[in-house]
Design a protein around this ligand. Structure first.
Ligand SMILES: NC(=O)c1ccc[n+]([C@@H]2O[C@H](COP(=O)([O-])OP(=O)(O)OC[C@H]3O[C@@H](n4cnc5c(N)ncnc54)[C@H](O)[C@@H]3O)[C@@H](O)[C@H]2O)c1
Length: 253
């Protein structure tokens, strides 16, 4: 029996690296899936790489916009029925800059995607979720530490834990489990951009800066994150709620 057979799932940030890898695994596991992203071209490219015959709905939406959130939830339920799994995963990074000059608009735009986006996704999806469902929010190893200049991203990644904890308690009577996943540095374009920016600011080689902080000594892969999301999304984690699943090669230890 496949782990998500017939389950209706939503993945935001679905055109990106972690979203795509998780989408492929969810579909292989029998999910009916709405893939949400603001980047239409990337969404179509992602869809082309999915297994043939997948039950897949593509929705272009900005997760920080309430009306667009309501719309992607409606598109999902109209096509597939009530929701079993919400994977709130869309993300942006902002910039690295000293506190005195950190740009206000960048700070706001990063909170808008991770914090407001996660809040809106839950707000609009929960009334349409089946009891016993699962919400997974992509936070980061960045939620367990501070680094100079990473104001927007690290603040947002910490805030997502607060959102997750409130949801976990409120939704437990409906057996809807809510957890955050905390990837460490992943070998993909998002992380390369982070390393270039941080490296420039600290005057170090960004990739080496991270590798020496990871006990397993390497970056993770998108497929490794996808398998951990599947664990949280499926009945394999039926007694796990309110938890922070670190998938970071030990970086937070
Ligand atoms: N890559 C890493 O090393 C790493 C580590 C820890 C956490 N994360 C987190 O994982 C998540 C996925 O990141 P990724 O590595 O796949 O990066 P990615 O850039 O490949 O994917 C992010 C996706 O989110 C989409 N997106 C951004 N803003 C949006 C918005 N307002 N509305 C809708 N879609 C939007 C982008 O278009 C993109 O497709 C993010 O939350 C990120 O913070 C990544």
């Amino acid at each position: 029996m496949r782990q998500l057979e017939g389950r209706t799932c939503i993945i935001t940030g679905g055109a990106g690296s972690l979203g795509r890898a998780t989408a492929r695994l969810f579909l292989e596991q029998g999910a009916r899936l709405a893939l949400v992203d603001r980047d239409q071209a990337a969404l179509e490219e992602a869809a082309a790489a999915m297994p043939v015959g997948s039950e897949l709905e593509l929705v272009v939406a900005d997760v920080s916009d309430a009306a667009q959130t309501e719309a992607y939830v409606r598109r999902t339920t109209e096509r597939f029925g009530r929701i079993d799994v919400l994977f709130s995963n869309a993300g942006n990074f902002g910039v690295v800059a000293p506190i005195e000059t950190y740009p206000d608009d960048v700070f706001d735009s990063v909170q808008a995607v991770h914090v407001r986006g996660g809040f809106l996704a839950a707000k609009h999806a929960v009334p349409h979720m089946n009891d016993g469902g699962s919400i997974v929010i992509t936070s980061s190893v960045a939620a367990t530490r501070g680094d100079p200049g990473v104001y927007a991203y690290i603040t947002a990644k910490h805030a997502q834990i607060g959102l997750m904890r409130c949801l976990a308690k409120e939704l437990a009577p409906r057996r809807i489990r809510v957890n955050t996943i905390h990837p460490g540095p992943i070998d993909n374009g998002f992380q390369t951009a982070v390393e270039d920016d941080l490296g420039r600011n600290l005057g170090v080689d960004g990739a080496a800066f991270f590798n020496q902080m990871i006990p397993l000594g390497r970056h993770g892969t998108a497929d490794e994150i996808a398998r951990s999301v599947l664990y949280l999304a499926s009945d394999q984690s039926s007694f796990t709620t309110g938890s922070m699943l670190m998938v970071d090669g030990g970086m937070s230890v």
